[in-house]
Ligand binder design. Structure first.
Ligand code: SAM
Ligand code: DTB
Ligand code: SF4
Length: 326
């Protein structure tokens, strides 16, 4: 049984963030070693199963119809195509397959195909993850019964800053879907984006919200904004890399048992920055040349980085041992 997690105040979280960097990194790495093998990185592969034409107005996203982006809207892709991609990902060593759709919420007529995708990927021995927007109770139950392991639903930023980024839904809508997913027994994957013009306090508040969920999300993706042409955030000022590392370290300390994912933006990061993020406690990443629509480092590039750092991709078997030891 996991111990009940402590409640984090924003003052305590901010105090961590304000530590001298060496003290913060030392604490984060110490917490990391108590909970994980520090040389193992979980790898996930993303696939966009429905691209573009989204009804929401997320200011960072290339897929919003409201951003006037040039990306054309696709239909939900066929189950067989998804399974063929999943097989390639598994053969390439990924242990989790994440399927993402540019929807405000799925339509009931799509549910049979979504269920078939989850069942098919699961039968290949990979963990399944979906990110489809908001879900109602019925949809959550159907996905759970199909064997969905994780649902990704990011809170993206603080409650205070949320309406600066998205106006077509609220922070509370987001939390509501996450609670529904968690109550049904599906693991939650939730994090956010740094570099959208938010202040440090917004980044810290975002972590406080995540860490105080009961339980905290099993997986916490920290994305660095990848500015997309024709979106309101196309010219956003990039986040200072050391500020980014600090947030990874604070996330690690506040959510000691969660996988912290160094998510979008790695293609613009140096090897040194990625190494610092891993030292700060990031232990998961997306592999493969594309995320949903944006680029990610090539597999060869990641293989060189792993070899230089002495890192290894976690296998499904190692993960099950850790789970069994809880
Ligand atoms: N439509 C679903 C939703 O919004 O929940 C799922 C897909 S959406 C693209 C998943 C997440 O990707 C977003 O919540 C956001 O955190 C991240 N994301 C999207 N565009 C990004 C960008 N340009 N840079 C960094 N992260 C981004
Ligand atoms: C998450 O936090 N990051 C992933 C995943 N969850 C679905 C998506 C990143 C998207 C980056 C922009 C793109 O590919 O369009
Ligand atoms: Fe749609 Fe998701 Fe992009 Fe927002 S982040 S516009 S909900 S695809």
């Amino acid at each position: 049984m996991k111990n009940p997690a402590p409640i984090w105040s924003r003052e305590a979280a901010q105090a961590l963030y304000d530590l001298p960097l060496m003290d913060l990194l030392f604490r984060a790495q110490s917490v990391h070693r108590e909970n994980f093998d520090p040389n193992k990185i979980q790898t996930s592969k993303l696939l966009s199963i429905k691209t573009g034409g989204c009804a929401e107005d997320c200011a960072y996203c290339s897929q919003s119809a409201r951003n006037g982006s040039k990306l054309s809207a696709s239909k939900l892709i066929e189950v067989q195509r998804v399974l063929a991609e999943a097989r390639k990902a598994r053969d390439g060593g990924a242990t989790r397959f994440c399927m993402g759709a540019a929807w405000r919420e799925p339509k009931d007529r799509d549910m049979d195909a979504l269920v078939a995708m989850v069942e098919g990927v699961r039968d290949m021995g990979m963990e399944t993850c979906m990110t489809l927007g908001m879900l109602d109770d019925n949809q959550v139950i159907r996905l759970r019964d199909a064997g969905l392991d994780y649902y990704n639903h990011n809170i993206d930023t603080s409650e205070r800053y949320y309406s600066e980024v998205i106006t077509t839904r609220t922070f509370a809508d987001r939390i509501e879907t996450m609670n529904r997913v968690q109550e049904a027994g599906i693991k939650v994957c939730s994090g956010g984006i740094l570099g959208m013009g938010e202040e440090v306090r917004d980044r810290v508040d975002m972590l406080v919200t995540l860490a105080n969920m009961n339980p905290a999300p099993d997986s916490v993706p920290i994305n660095m904004l990848m500015p997309q042409e024709d979106t309101p955030l196309a010219d956003a000022k990039p986040i200072d890399p050391i500020d980014f590392v600090r947030i990874i370290a604070v996330a690690r300390i506040m959510m000691p048992q969660s996988y912290v994912r160094l998510s979008a933006g790695r293609s613009d990061m140096s090897e040194e920055l990625q190494a610092m993020c891993f030292f700060a406690g990031a232990n998961s990443m997306f592999v493969g040349e594309t995320l949903l629509t944006a680029e990610n480092p090539e597999e060869d590039t990641d293989a060189v980085l792993f070899a230089k750092l002495g890192l290894q991709a976690e296998t499904t078997a190692e993960k099950s041992c850790l789970d069994a030891a809880e």
